[in-house]
Design a protein around this ligand. Structure first.
Ligand SMILES: [Zn+2]
Ligand SMILES: [Zn+2]
Length: 305
């Protein structure tokens, strides 16, 4: 999760957007604030040279939000299209369709429906969601509940085009999604799998025990991903380093190159043709002017070829 740091702000140097030598524009950026309205995220992302951004579609610490005004939706869409920015969403941290508590489950489903409809109104290609936590009921029970919740969501939103990208997790506490098999289970059991996809987070991979720190381990991990899930399901990336080591199951994001993941992983990832076309965003600690994101992106720009 994007954490706030208390670092004092300094002047922000805009990024020079590096275009790849061949093929499509590389889509890279960071989680960007919607403070002041969703449309305000676009100038923030553009000012820093992002070609992709992730946003919350509402205040992420609340279950529900007032409906988006049509003018706000219109302004968001216009600014995004003019800026040629790829923007996708991330759902609220409160949502837990794996919960054994009926009230939490029901509110989670309702909240997810509302967020998905919001994301669709904004024309977002996908909304990243954490699968949830089983709360002591066990992984299998939890996964079954998540499937039931997701089926309720898709049943009442037949016209929605925004896909739900289920994110791999660090496996903290009873959180589901730390194994590729969990994500595969969900994709294999939901009624409308074509409405879903996967988002991979590099910090969560390491924290959940998937080594990606050098060419050999990186290849082995993604061979496993290909075997269990398949690259065609992957919709986007979260580029985060981790404060905690391999297999810690503790989720703490760190600036790129300053944690246990290390820059070699980001080099391998940026140069990997399998996900060259997918949007990649940072969710690392930042202050309001996001200069930390600019610094991090500068570190990975030389890897783009
Ligand atoms: Zn995280
Ligand atoms: Zn993430």
């Amino acid at each position: 999760m994007p954490a706030k740091s208390k670092t004092a702000s300094t002047a922000v140097e805009p990024l020079v957007v590096v275009q790849p030598k061949k093929g499509d524009k590389i889509r890279i950026g960071a989680h960007t604030s919607i403070s002041g309205g969703v449309s305000e995220s676009i100038p923030r992302a553009v000012a820093l040279g992002f070609t992709a951004a992730q946003i919350f579609v509402k205040n992420n610490k609340q279950w529900f939000a007032p409906e988006l005004k049509p003018e706000e939706v219109e302004l968001f869409r216009r600014r995004r299209d003019e800026a040629d920015l790829v923007v996708f969403g991330h759902n609220s941290y409160l949502v837990n369709p794996g919960s054994p508590k009926p009230d939490v489950f029901d509110t989670s489903v309702k909240s997810l429906i509302a967020e998905l409809e919001r994301a669709d109104a904004l024309g977002l290609p996908f909304l990243v969601m954490h699968p949830g936590a089983h709360g002591g009921a066990g992984e299998e029970e939890g996964l079954k509940r998540v499937v039931e919740g997701l089926n309720q969501v898709t049943r009442v939103t037949p016209k929605v085009k925004t896909r739900l990208a289920i994110e791999n997790t660090a496996g903290q506490g009873s959180c589901l999604g730390a194994k590729f098999e969990h994500l595969a289970y969900l994709l294999n059991h939901v009624a409308e799998p074509q409405r879903f996809g996967v988002c991979l987070d590099t910090a969560h991979l390491l924290e959940s025990g998937y080594d990606i720190r050098d060419a050999k381990s990186y290849e082995a991990t993604f061979r496993e991903f290909e075997k269990v899930i398949g690259v065609s399901w992957l919709l986007g990336w979260h580029l985060n380093d981790s404060k905690t080591p391999l297999g810690s199951r503790v989720d703490r994001h760190e600036h790129l190159g300053e944690g246990h993941v290390g820059m070699e992983t980001f080099r391998l990832l940026m140069q990997d043709k399998r996900w060259r076309h997918l949007p990649k965003v940072l969710e690392t600690p930042k202050s309001e002017d996001m200069h930390e994101d600019v610094e991090s992106l500068k570190k990975i720009y030389p890897f783009i070829n």
